[in-house]
Structure formats: C-alpha cells, structure tokens
Design a protein around this ligand. Structure first.
Ligand code: AMP
Length: 211
C-alpha cells in the first residue's frame, strides 16, 4: 500500500507512521527526517537546507522532489511506503502523481491551538527520530530515549517563532492538498486531539484506511 500522511506540523504524522510501518511492513519515509539526517552528517544537501529548516520554511520543490524520487525507487519501497511530510505543495503532489499511483491519503485533522500545545512540548531522540511529548507521551525516564537512553532534544523549529511560521506555511501551501486529494477520491480523514493516545489514533487510522 502506498500512503501519504497529510496534516499540519505536530498532527502526529510521524508517531502514527512509525506504528503503521511495523503493522503494514512498509518503510516510513519522512522528508523532515531525511533532511535532518543530511544536516547531522553535514552532507552538501544538509548544508544547503540547514537554515531553511531552522526558520520553518519549505525546502525548494526541485530539491525535495528529487530526494523523494531517489528514496522511493529503492527496493524496499516496491510493495509500498508511507510518505510523512511529503507532498507539502501542489507542485510536489503533481510530481508524485507522475512517479507512482498513491492508494490513500490520511489527513490528520487537528486544531491550531492543539498543534501549538503539542509542538512546544515535543522532544526527539536525535539518532532515531523517535518522538515524545513532555506531558502527552513522556519517555520512561525524563529527557532520555526509551531504547537508546540518549538525551532527548527540542528541535530548533519547535521553538515559538518557527512554530508560528510553519503553521502559516502549512495553511498557505499544504492545506490546499486536502481539496486536491479529495477531488481524486483519496482522502481518509482522522480527527485527532491531544487527549487521544497514539494507540487510539492508530486504531482510527486503520479504520479510516479500511473503510
Ligand atoms: P517535518 O519534520 O515534516 O516537520 O519537516 C521539517 C522541515 O523539513 C520543514 O519545516 C521543512 O523545512 C522541511 N521539509 C520537510 N518536508 C518537506 C517538503 N515536502 N517540502 C519542503 N520542505 C520540507
């Protein structure tokens, strides 16, 4: 199954994609994680996009599209994949449609107030990308990853100014994709909020995909 997870930053796409990856046995492709890995490894691509990610803006379509084209042509993607954070613009969605046929687009629907509350408390394991929240999904030991024990970090773009900018970018550039995929009959809505546990949201996601 080839899926796209759509929704504002902080909607829980990454957390649910990590569960869906194990359940469906297909890779989870997060463009944000791909960029962050390039930044961490100081690759030419990483150096090119570092300041863009820090500000909460979007990486140019041409760069992002090529990165995804290369990733989904790898052999582990033959049976399907979960795209998390891509497409984010109509141009990216058009490019994706030319690369392959998508089976479903899950739209994680959450209010801006809940997103702000969620992003400002979000913490991440820098090596695995595993995501926590200081209140809603805390690690077993405060500040440490459950499996590797590494110190958790707060992403630069989860700080207040960048959050505001990311939400504006989402509204102007990415939200139009809801209509785009609705017109193509692919949208599956999952209404979520900060009181739902990731397991509950994953159940809703499975139902939305089967229904
Ligand atoms: P995310 O982890 O999905 O919130 O992405 C973090 C950042 O990576 C975004 O704020 C953008 O700067 C960049 N990024 C991720 N995916 C895309 C995309 N599809 N198009 C452009 N920029 C992206």
């Amino acid at each position: 199954m080839k899926m796209v997870f759509l929704g504002p930053p902080g909607a829980g796409k990454g957390t649910i994609a990590a569960k869906a990856k194990d359940y469906y046995g297909i890779p989870h492709i997060s463009t944000g994680d791909l960029f962050r890995n390039n930044i961490k490894n100081e690759t030419p691509l990483g150096l090119q996009v570092k300041s863009i990610l820090g500000s909460g803006g979007l990486v140019p379509d041409s760069i992002t599209i090529e990165m995804v084209r290369n990733r989904i042509s790898e052999s582990d993607c033959a049976k399907g994949f979960i795209l998390d954070g891509f497409p984010r613009t109509i141009a990216q969605a058009d490019a994706l449609a030319e690369m392959t046929d998508i089976d479903a687009v899950v739209n994680f629907d959450i209010s801006s107030e809940e997103v702000i509350e969620r992003l400002s408390g979000r913490r991440m394991c820098p090596s695995t990308g595993r995501i926590y929240h200081i209140v809603f999904n805390p690690p077993k030991v405060a500040g440490k990853d459950d499996e590797t024990g590494e110190d958790l970090i707060q992403r630069d773009d989860d700080k207040e100014d960048a959050i505001k900018h990311r939400l504006e970018v989402y509204t102007s550039q990415t939200q139009p994709l809801i209509d785009y995929y609705t017109e193509r009959g692919l949208i599956r809505n999952v209404k979520t909020n900060n009181r739902l546990q990731p397991e509950d949201v994953f159940e809703l996601t499975k139902k939305a995909l089967n229904g």
